[in-house]
Write a protein that binds this ligand. Structure first.
Ligand SMILES: *Cc1c(COP(=O)(O)O)cnc(C)c1O
Length: 460
């Protein structure tokens, strides 16, 4: 695999899995996208999700893991899901579907990739030997998914940094009541972007990163993308034709997995970026200027992000993989918080993506509307995407699939406000309100976070 910034040495899938970010500050991508033929895609129809996941993942992982190892990890990962289809399609009206991605242990789509990644990670670490320190910046759902996947594992410490008071109570308790000695929760006095910036600074602190064998399981880790592109294939095979996918977007990982599937040969009509009031991506695609603003808290906190790490991967592809331009562009953006995209790059992005935004009022309205017309309860993130799908009505072709990224019970207040109905906490979250919370509040300061990690590490 290669780095978007062009100066890191090539690395295998297993090394990328353990490293997360590339040493030149870029993100890893396959040097060549593996290809899946139209016939192979058609053959996915009716096959078990685990089978398709195995087929796709092996195309990335074959040099690092055996087919039996990947099969064991996939079967263990999805064995605990409460829907055997893993990513079932639910028809809301003709040609409009929800793809439910929240049937894993923490009720958000992050589980689909993280449950597999955690197992592959433990396997790769056992082969390499030694200890690893995982640092996760989370806007709410990645943290609990990482804890569910890595909690209790030997030789791994997990530090989860969430923005203090900017995640829902269910999200916070899912993280802080986890009973594992190797899990350390940090509530950062700042925003998600601050947390993500600190993680990047910790990686840039090369001596420290080396000493603690720092790694990332955020969607900068390519293994996440590899596991997430599977459901674009299964949905398309099930529908039997190219679809429009509408994706509630924050860090651009989930939707970039759709672009990855396209590079692998999957026909996709359009990938639609749906954002809340934090609409940097919608503005970029519509106006051609990537400019960050202040993060505004919203009812869909997992999307309260301005600087979307994975957008770098999309820019790299849209520039024709021009790493010299990208390196420059990323430095410009870091300095000015603003980047004007060249026409060719913008045209490349627009050939694949379009974008819509909605605010909290529209989110509540959409949750209420769909409940009234279909009886379906949806969470606020799904609502942002469904709103975009409704807005596109008339200009859309073929089936539209809205990615439903969280269970409504994760955001009970918003759902109740919109529908008058409070979604019941599923059995797997019973006891959430009784557990003891463990977390450390830290100021928004990289040095403090670094010192905290050094003090808490179970293995120095
Ligand atoms: C993480 C998350 C998103 C955003 O996904 P990205 O890959 O960061 O774009 C959307 N909805 C929910 C519920 C999430 O947890």
């Amino acid at each position: 695999m290669i780095s978007t910034r062009g100066s890191a040495p090539k690395a295998g899938f297993g090394d990328v899995l353990l490293a997360g970010l590339a040493p030149d500050g870029g993100l890893y991508l396959p040097q060549f996208w593996p290809q899946v033929s139209v016939r192979e895609i058609a053959s996915f129809k009716g096959r078990a999700y685990n089978d398709v996941a195995h087929d796709i993942l092996m195309r990335f992982a074959a040099g690092s893991f055996s087919a039996a190892e990947i099969k064991a990890d996939i079967d263990a990962a999805y064995g605990a899901f409460d829907d055997a289809q893993i990513a079932p399609l639910v028809e809301l009206e003709p040609d409009l579907f929800l793809m439910e991605l929240f049937h894993g242990p923490t009720l958000a789509f992050k589980d689909i990739a993280m449950q597999v990644l955690g197992r592959m990670f433990a396997r790769a670490l056992a082969k390499r030997g030694g200890h690893a320190t995982v640092v996760v910046a989370t806007s709410g759902d990645t943290g609990s998914a990482a804890i569910a996947a890595l909690g209790g594992l030997a030789n791994i410490d997990v530090f989860v940094i969430h923005p203090k008071d900017r995640v829902s109570e269910v999200q916070r308790r899912q993280m802080t009541t986890a009973p594992y000695d190797n899990v350390h929760n940090i509530a950062l006095c700042g925003t998600f972007d601050d947390a993500q910036a600190i993680v990047k600074e910790l990686f840039a602190d090369v001596a420290f990163a080396r000493a603690v064998r720092l790694t990332a399981v955020n969607s900068i880790n390519f293994a996440r993308i590899a596991a997430q592109c599977v459901y674009y294939f299964t949905a398309t095979a099930t529908l039997g034709q190219a679809a429009t996918f509408v994706v509630p977007t924050g860090n651009f990982g989930d939707i970039f997995a759709g672009e990855a599937a396209m590079h692998m040969g999957l026909g996709i009509e359009k990938l639609v970026v749906a954002t809340n009031a934090n609409d940097i991506l919608a503005r970029t695609l519509n106006e051609g200027v990537y400019a960050s603003a202040r993060v505004q808290p919203s009812l869909s906190p997992s999307m309260d992000i301005q600087v979307a790490s994975n957008f770098e991967r999309a820019l790299f592809e849209a520039s024709g993989r021009d790493s010299a331009w990208l390196q420059d562009a990323m430095l410009t953006f870091a300095r000015d918080r603003k980047l004007t995209l060249p026409e060719t790059v913008l045209a490349g992005l627009r050939s694949c993506y379009s974008a819509w935004r909605s605010d909290d009022r529209e989110t509540i309205q959409t949750i209420g509307e769909v409940y009234k017309s279909t009886g379906q309860l949806i969470d606020p993130h799904t609502a942002v995407a469904l709103r975009a799908a409704y807005q596109m009505k008339g200009q859309r072709q073929g089936p539209v699939v809205v990615l439903s990224t969280a269970h409504p019970a994760k955001f009970p207040d918003a759902v109740q406000q919109a529908t008058g109905k409070r979604p019941a906490l599923p059995p797997r979250l019973a006891g959430l309100y009784e557990g003891v919370e463990r977390l450390t509040v830290l100021d928004n300061d990289k040095a403090l976070v670094r010192a905290h990690i050094e003090a808490k590490l179970n293995t120095p």
